[in-house]
Design a protein around this ligand. Structure first.
Ligand SMILES: [Zn+2]
Length: 152
């Protein structure tokens, strides 16, 4: 039960991250398109006849703006990639399995590891189903499913 809610929380946070990165992606694409337009204007202005000093200056400014915007976009993309890679490195949770000792019930629950937990430890907390004695039957590291990578 507890494990289920934990898993739900995890998927909720990852989907929120995906939303943010989707917005970021749109902004980056728009700025990239604008920088491409600036570079295009720069090139056409530079090669337009007749060429004046004023035109060359305009071309240089547009080229500068385009290149800076493009560089910023690439930097952002690189940063978001790096962040996504960092997020993946998470300390796996340690879980404790508790089983009801009543043979007719055999209710099994999983919760996060708590200090003092050990295998074959009798718990004071009674079974939620039958009220029988409970015992810790396992302690393990939670193996997470491979998280989906969002292309940003
Ligand atoms: Zn029970």
């Amino acid at each position: 039960m507890r494990l289920k809610t934990l898993a739900q929380n995890q998927t909720r946070t990852t989907s929120a991250n995906a939303k943010i990165s989707a917005y970021l992606m749109i902004i980056v694409l728009v700025v990239l398109a604008l920088s491409a337009v600036a570079l295009f204007v720069a090139v056409t202005t530079y090669f337009a006849e007749p060429t004046s000093e004023y035109q060359q200056l305009t071309a240089a400014i547009f080229a500068g703006v385009g290149l800076i915007a493009m560089a910023m976009c690439l930097f952002l993309l690189y940063q978001s990639r790096k962040q996504a890679a960092e997020v993946k490195i998470e300390i796996p949770k340690v879980m404790t399995t508790i089983e009801c000792q009543n043979k007719g019930c055999a209710n099994k629950t999983v919760r996060e590891f708590q200090r003092g937990d050990y295998v074959f430890k009798d718990l004071d907390v009674a079974c939620g189903k039958c009220g029988g004695k409970q015992m810790i039957t396992g302690i393990y590291k939670e193996v997470k499913e491979k998280e989906k990578t969002y292309a940003v």
